[in-house]
Design a binder for this molecule. Structure first.
Ligand SMILES: Nc1ncnc2c1ncn2[C@@H]1O[C@H](COP(=O)(O)OP(=O)(O)OP(=O)(O)O)[C@@H](O)[C@H]1O
Length: 229
């Protein structure tokens, strides 16, 4: 369990984020643009700009640092160096490379390719493989399916579900797309303007939201789905 008792970020005198929440297994952080999702991730990754003031109080059985946290960004296409073969962008033993590639259902011949020679879905899986090539304990996902088409989106969601079953990984999944987390995250935190306005078990919150803003988010997801049909 990662118990984030206090996470406060401010710029000058303006409070940007003031939240507390737990990651028991997998938690979704949902909120509209500007609600503080990226700042929260940056704070956990220790990547906040110096201009911001940051205070935290976190109870966790392991140290949160580069070795224990993996990060999957919104746009996988910019995470890899285009001029370098995939195998030279994963810093671990050949055995470990093979192990994580197998886990992500990636063919080993991809190791000898450049990013431009593989598909978008494969690139996102390679980015996840790179994160898993270290023995991380917490995986942070920042809208990992936004840049993907529907087929690859479903693929990545299935892969994350499989990873949860196979590895002892805590997950914090940041998104504004409720649809993508309902099968992955046990818990859900709804963020608005840097504050938590609703939290709880994902199924319970989705089936019985108490806050009007949460209801709006769920309704708009539902409407979009109807629209896509
Ligand atoms: N370096 C900064 N200095 C001052 N304010 C900032 C800084 N970075 C972000 N903010 C402000 O903090 C708030 C939260 O920003 P954040 O990027 O965390 O939102 P978000 O929920 O990730 O949005 P999006 O979904 O668009 O990425 C916004 O009002 C933003 O303008």
């Amino acid at each position: 369990m990662i118990n984030i008792k206090k996470l406060k970020i401010s710029a000058n005198d303006k409070e940007l984020v003031d939240i507390s929440f737990k990651i028991s297994t997998s938690t979704a952080l949902i909120g509209e643009s500007g609600s503080g999702k990226s700042l929260t991730l940056k704070a956990l990754l220790n990547l906040l700009p110096n201009s911001l003031k940051y205070q935290n109080e976190i109870d966790c059985s392991f140290e949160l640092n580069y070795n224990t946290i993996g990060f999957i960004p919104q746009n996988p296409f910019t995470s890899l160096s285009q001029m370098t073969k995939i195998k030279n962008q994963i810093f671990c033993s050949d055995e470990k490379k093979e192990e994580v590639f197998k886990l992500l259902n990636l063919s080993l011949d991809i190791l000898n390719k450049y990013p431009s020679q593989i598909s978008g879905g494969q690139i996102q899986r390679v980015v996840i493989a790179i994160a898993l090539s270290r023995d991380i304990k917490l995986l942070l996902l920042d809208e990992p399916t936004t840049a993907l088409d529907l087929e690859n989106k479903t693929n990545i969601i299935n892969i994350i579900q499989d990873l949860q079953k196979q590895l002892d990984l805590k997950i914090l999944f940041v998104t504004h797309d409720i649809d993508s987390i309902k099968d992955i995250c046990n818990d859900i935190v709804i963020l608005k303007k840097g504050k938590i306005i609703e939290f709880g078990k994902t199924i319970e919150v989705l089936e019985n939201p108490t806050n009007d803003y949460t209801k709006e988010l769920i309704n708009s997801t539902f409407k979009n789905k109807e629209f896509r049909k």
